[in-house]
Design a protein around this ligand. Structure first.
Ligand code: SF4
Length: 409
């Protein structure tokens, strides 16, 4: 029996037993897809921002690389990552997400993909890895080159590629769902997500960030009925909770970046140890941009260009909005080792937020490799919360910051 499949099945049952229905449904669906792959069906490997709406039309399972690597890492399926890295011929600066995927193939947890679709946004490294993988396994590949500018040329450039990708897939696979119905589902999913966000805004801290961080890859499932089922279930549960919810008087934080996958309880441990609450996570922010059925490829490329991470300016605008909306006391940022995407933005985050006088702590480690996690993060967090507790007593700070923001507006 394939251990990855078994663990996924157990995790889904466990979540169900705990009453964590959205996560149980999510894992059940992932299990169903993985089972098809392990039972010998051809599959497509894709990177995070490859739009699922296009892929969902066809009768072929799709594994998103970061997602399946994440499951592997959460279950610690590979041994020493550094040894694995050398053995697999990956550069010493490579991200463990890619090492994990390669390792899962190498250890026969999953077969080689029959086709790869990679987007250069968000992660150039994943793009590079997909290129290597296609050469090594002689696999067909389609590379979506995302031009990082908010220009009409960029939109046209991306949409042409999406159209081309769609045409290639139509030639190669049987269509089982119409793009129109997928778009309807996708737009409906975004509407439910907006309602979830609204409940969260009105009830800061109502959703456990652990749940949000487990569910954020649902972005890759927009257009699938099961994604809407999960979001509707989550929304319904939040509404029930909201009827009696009183936000606790605790330090409020937002979480930037990822979270170690092998340390499920990190957020809970931080919240208990420092009597604080994480009230929002940037990874679970989806662009509230519906797809126009009359102009599908343009619309999808616009959505990509409206994602939180598309430009540094967009990301900063969003972060400032979270600070205001949730009246946040501080920010925890997790820097993934060897990630060339988010950690290099950190100096800019510090400088852009300096006028807001919001304390930020950067804890670093490796989301997939437990040996990359150091206990020194607790020393950093101790010092950070000491500052926050001191500032919490100084009510005038909030007044100053608010005034400043109002003047800026
Ligand atoms: S952690 Fe960074 S380098 Fe690794 S897959 Fe994600 S964006 Fe790419």
């Amino acid at each position: 029996m394939n251990k990855l499949l078994t663990y996924m099945n157990l995790a889904s049952r466990y979540a169900e037993g705990l009453g964590e229905l959205p996560i149980a449904i999510y894992l059940r669906e992932q299990h169903r897809i993985l089972e098809r792959v392990i039972n010998g069906e051809e599959y497509i490997a894709a990177t995070y921002y490859v739009p699922n709406e296009i892929l969902s039309q066809f009768d072929i399972p799709v594994l998103y690389i970061e997602r399946i690597s994440g499951f592997g890492a959460a279950n610690k399926l590979l041994g020493n990552i550094d040894i694995k890295r050398q053995y697999l011929g990956m550069p010493s600066c490579s991200c463990t997400y890619q090492i994990y995927y390669e390792g899962l193939i190498d250890e026969c947890y999953i077969p080689h993909p029959s086709r790869i679709i990679a987007s250069s946004f968000a992660c150039d490294d994943a793009w590079w890895y997909c290129n290597k993988m296609s050469q090594r396994y002689k696999t067909d590949i389609y590379l979506i080159d995302v031009f990082r500018s908010n220009s009409e040329e960029a939109e046209l450039y991306i949409s042409k590629q999406l159209y081309e990708l769609d045409s290639i897939l139509k030639i190669n696979y049987k269509t089982v769902r119409s793009l129109d119905s997928i778009i309807e589902q996708s737009n409906e999913g975004l509407e439910i997500k907006a309602k979830i966000d609204s409940v969260r805004k009105n009830n800061p801290g109502i959703l456990d960030s652990n749940t949000a961080l487990k569910l954020f890859p649902l972005y890759n499932d927009l257009g699938k009925p099961y994604a809407n089922e999960i979001m509707q279930t989550l929304y319904d549960l939040l509404l029930i909770k909201a009827a009696h919810y009183e936000p606790e008087n605790k330090i409020r934080l937002i979480w930037l970046g990822m979270i170690p996958l092998y340390y499920n309880n990190l957020i809970k441990d931080i919240e208990e140890r420092y009597n604080c609450r994480i009230v929002y996570e940037e990874l679970f922010q989806y662009p509230n941009k519906h797809i126009d059925k009359r102009n599908i490829y343009h619309s999808i490329s616009k959505r990509i260009m409206n994602t939180h991470f598309f430009t540094m300016q967009q990301r900063m605008r969003d972060i400032i909005e979270y600070i205001d909306t949730y009246n946040v006391d501080g920010i925890i940022h997790f820097s993934q080792k060897n990630c060339r995407f988010l950690p290099p933005m950190l100096p800019l985050v510090y400088s852009e937020l300096s006028e807001y006088k919001i304390p930020i702590v950067d804890i670093n480690g490796d989301v997939a490799d437990p040996s990359g996690f150091s206990d020194t993060i607790w020393d950093k967090l101790d010092a950070f919360f000491e500052i926050l507790n001191r500032r919490k007593k100084d009510v005038s700070r909030n007044v100053d910051c608010r005034e400043h923001r109002i003047n800026q507006a």
